[in-house]
Design a protein. Structure first.
Length: 105
């Protein structure tokens, strides 16, 4: 997973101006994201990962969510700040005591 201060926009750019602006984008060097004091390496557990940052609890901090290939969602709360995030120990999201699994087929 990558983190940094660069903003990444995902979408379809249809205008020449948007395509030119995207061609000039500069990103910082990637870094390994840590949660609970350890580098998050889920490759052996989940295959493809879909990371996202979102403030679901309204505290103003972007928490880390990672969608897993098998449909589980890993959650690591941000215990730092927006400018300097520190992610706590990750765990799979649960509902009624069971890990959430979202199937796409």
């Amino acid at each position: 997973m990558l983190a940094g201060s660069a903003a990444v926009a995902v979408g379809l750019a249809s205008s020449a101006a948007a395509q030119d602006q995207a061609a000039q984008a500069q990103f910082e060097a990637p870094v390994l994201v840590q949660a609970g004091g350890e580098v998050i390496d889920m490759s052996s557990q989940i295959g493809y990962a879909g990371p996202a940052l979102y403030d679901a609890n309204g505290d103003g901090l972007l928490d880390l969510y990672v969608g897993c290939f098998r449909g589980k969602i890993l959650f690591a709360p941000n215990t730092g700040s927006r400018a300097e995030p520190v992610f706590g120990k990750p765990h799979y999201l649960q509902a009624e005591g069971k890990e959430i699994e979202i199937s796409n087929w």
